[in-house]
Design a binder for this molecule. Structure first.
Ligand code: SAH
Length: 390
C-alpha cells in the first residue's frame, strides 16, 4: 500500500508524488497551493459572446438584474462576478449525503438533485431543514428537503434539497434568459486565454482534439467571427452533443464529431498534413481545479495521464501543415503533464514558442505560461504553443 501525505485536510498525495513535486515547489508552497485548491477563486468568470453582445452591454444587463459584474483587466471578452463566502452553515440533526461531484456544486450554492444523492437516511420529511454533507462528512450547505426519505427512489432527477445556505455562493447565471440567448459562456480566465493563444484567422482549418463541452472550441469560433473551419472531436455521443448544444446556443459554427482522437490520423486521413492549428486540452490530473473538498492523487496517476496526453501530441504533429501551430493546455500542476510534454513535442520535431499573454507566469521552460492557484486567484493552468517547422 502506498503511503499518503495529507498536505492540508483532505488533500493527499502519495509519497512518490510528494517527492516528485517538492523538486519543483517548496514544501510551504505546496502547502499554500493545497490550501488554495480547497477554496474557490474570488472571481467567477464568464466569456462574453462577442458575436452577439459586447462586454460593457452585458455588464449593464447583469447589473440591471441585480448582479455585480466587472470587466477583466486585460481580456476584452472576459467578465467576472464575485464569489461570496465562506459563510457559516447552520448545522441540523438531519442530513443527506451527496456524492463528491454534487457536494462540490452544493458547496458553491447549487441545489442538490436526485442523481447526486448517495444516501438519504430514513426519517426525513418534505419541508425538514437538512444539511448536505460530502461522503467525507464535510457540511457543505443547509436547506429544505423537497421529498420524504420514504418516497425518494434511485432514478429521481428532481431537486432533493433546496439549498438556503452554502459555504460559498456563485452567481446563479444559468437561470437568466441571457444564458439561453447565448450571450455568455461560463469559463475560467486562464481557459479564455487559450482561445487567444490559438489566434484563429479566417479560412483556417482548426482541430480541437478534446473538445467537450466546447468551451474552447466555441471561443475559437467566436474569435474567428465564424470564419474558420473548426472540427471538434470528443470520444462519445453525449460529449459531442454538449458541444453541439453550446455551439447552437452561442450561434457559432463548429463541426462536432465522435472520435478517439488518438487515432484521428488513421480515421480521418483527409486531415493529415492539412490542418492549420490544433488545440489539445486533454484529460489531466485536474490539480488546478477549484474548489475541491478533498482530493487524492498518486504518481502513478500522473504518469498515466502524461502517457495518454502524448498520444494526442503525436497525432497532432501528423495532422498539422508545415508551419502549423499546436496549442496545448491543461488544468493541472505536475510538470510531467505540462513542460515535460512540451519537451516530448520537441522530440517529435515541434518547436516551442513563447506564449505572449499578459496573464500567469512564465513556465519552467521560460516560454509557456503557468497559472498557480495560490498566486493567481484562478484555477491552476498551463498553456504552451508549438510550431511544426516548415
Ligand atoms: N476543451 C474542453 C474541455 C476538455 S476536457 C473545453 O474547453 O470545454 C477533456 C475532454 O477530452 C473530455 O471531454 C473527454 O471526453 C475528452 N477525451 C478523453 N479522451 C479522449 C479521446 N481519446 N479522444 C477524444 N476525446 C477524448
Amino acid at each position: 500500500m502506498a503511503r499518503f501525505i495529507e498536505l492540508v485536510e483532505g488533500i493527499e498525495f502519495d509519497e512518490d508524488l510528494y517527492r516528485y513535486l517538492v523538486q519543483y515547489f517548496s514544501d510551504s508552497e505546496l502547502d499554500s497551493m493545497a490550501r488554495a485548491i480547497k477554496r474557490p477563486p474570488s472571481r467567477y468568470y464568464i466569456r462574453v459572446n462577442t458575436i452577439k453582445v459586447d462586454s460593457a452591454s452585458l455588464i449593464r444587463i447583469l447589473e440591471a438584474r441585480g448582479f455585480r459584474a466587472y470587466p477583466d483587466e486585460a481580456l476584452e471578452e472576459a467578465v467576472w462576478l464575485p464569489i461570496e463566502g465562506p459563510f457559516r452553515v447552520e448545522s441540523s440533526p438531519k442530513y443527506v449525503v451527496a456524492d463528491k461531484h454534487a457536494s462540490e456544486s452544493v458547496y458553491l450554492g447549487a441545489n442538490l438533485y436526485g442523481p447526486g444523492v448517495l444516501y438519504m437516511p430514513p426519517g426525513i420529511s418534505r419541508g425538514d431543514v437538512v444539511n448536505v454533507v460530502s461522503p467525507r462528512g464535510d457540511v457543505v450547505a443547509s436547506g429544505i428537503a423537497m421529498v420524504d426519505s420514504g418516497s425518494f427512489k434511485r432514478g429521481f432527477r428532481g431537486v432533493v434539497v433546496e439549498v438556503k445556505e452554502s459555504v460559498y455562493r456563485l452567481p446563479k447565471l444559468r437561470e437568466l434568459p441571457e444564458y439561453g440567448f447565448g450571450l455568455f459562456y461560463e469559463q475560467s480566465q486562464p481557459a479564455q486565454w487559450v482561445g487567444r493563444v490559438v489566434e484563429p484567422r479566417e479560412g483556417e482549418v482548426i482541430v480541437d482534439m478534446c473538445a467537450a463541452p466546447g468551451g474552447k472550441a466555441t471561443h475559437v469560433a467566436q474569435l474567428s467571427g465564424n470564419r474558420a473551419v473548426i472540427h471538434a472531436f470528443d470520444r462519445s455521443w453525449p460529449k459531442v452533443a454538449q458541444v453541439e448544444f453550446n455551439a447552437a446556443r452561442l450561434g457559432v459554427r463548429v463541426n462536432a464529431h465522435v472520435a478517439d482522437s488518438r487515432y484521428l490520423d488513421v480515421d480521418y486521413p483527409g486531415l493529415v498534413g492539412s490542418v492549420d492549428k490544433v488545440l489539445i486540452d486533454p484529460p489531466c490530473s485536474d490539480m488546478g481545479v477549484r474548489p475541491k473538498l478533498y482530493y487524492r492523487l498518486t504518481m502513478g496517476d500522473v504518469v498515466n495521464y502524461a502517457e495518454y496526453q502524448r498520444q494526442f501530441i503525436k497525432v497532432a504533429y501528423r495532422l498539422l501543415k508545415p508551419g502549423g501551430a499546436l496549442v496545448y493546455s491543461t488544468c493541472t500542476i505536475p510538470p510531467m503533464e505540462d513542460e515535460d510534454n512540451v519537451k516530448y513535442a520537441e522530440s517529435l520535431g515541434f518547436k516551442a514558442v513563447e506564449v505572449k499573454i499578459p496573464a500567469g507566469l512564465p513556465a519552467l521552460d521560460g516560454l509557456s505560461r503557468r497559472f498557480h492557484p495560490h498566486i493567481h486567484d484562478s484555477p491552476g493552468f498551463f498553456i504552451a504553443k508549438l510550431i511544426k517547422p516548415k
